[in-house]
Design a protein around this ligand. Structure first.
Ligand SMILES: C[S@@+](CC[C@H](N)C(=O)[O-])C[C@H]1O[C@@H](n2cnc3c(N)ncnc32)[C@H](O)[C@@H]1O
Length: 166
């Protein structure tokens, strides 16, 4: 069979996410503002975020909390439910302030990927600070953002980086 295996696709996505996170940590260092994780999942990315972002507020979203016990977010910053509802509910406190958002909502279900990418593209722009970075495991259609070249270690088509103009 041609093309990468599922194991390789997962490996390349995680390697790319890791490289993009390292790049993003540098980009936002010295810039105040909260961070958003869309898709807590098992809490692996959240654990990496909190280890690298000191005491920065990390707002975490998922429909369920299935994170490892040692990867639990601050309950005050964990928003359970459909992101279509939980993220807009925070609009007043987050609008224009988020310096880094990681949209990690993809799966091997094409239709679901289409839906969540559309949702992130609609809901994230208004909460982002000028110059804020959006990382995504799916390509996003984002008005007012430029796509940023991937850093070394990230593979084309495995992760996506965008920066808000301004
Ligand atoms: C790929 S996993 C996230 C992996 C996670 N970042 C980690 O490190 O373990 C995607 C997560 O997104 C959540 N999700 C997908 N669509 C959602 C939606 N519309 N609202 C809330 N959660 C959603 C799923 O429940 C799932 O836990």
């Amino acid at each position: 069979m041609a093309g990468p295996s599922r194991l390789e696709k997962t490996l390349f996505r995680l390697q790319s996410q890791h490289a993009c996170l390292a790049w993003a940590f540098e980009e936002i260092s010295g810039r105040a503002g909260p961070v958003i994780e869309l898709g807590l999942g098992l809490g692996r990315t959240f654990d990496h975020l909190r280890r690298n972002l000191g005491d920065r507020a990390i707002y975490v979203f998922d429909r369920v909390n299935a994170a490892y016990p040692e990867c639990q977010p601050d309950p005050a910053l964990l928003f359970l439910g459909e992101i279509e509802e939980t993220l807009p509910a925070l609009h007043q406190s987050l609008a224009g302030k988020v310096v880094l958002a990681n949209s990690d909502l993809g799966s091997f279900d094409r239709e679901s990927n289409h839906r969540v990418a559309d949702m992130s593209g609609r809901l994230l722009p208004s909460v982002m600070a000028p110059g804020g970075i959006i990382m995504s495991d799916l390509p996003l259609n984002l008005g007012g953002f430029e796509e940023v070249d991937l850093p070394p270690g990230a593979q084309q088509g495995c992760y996506y980086l965008y920066r808000r103009a301004g």
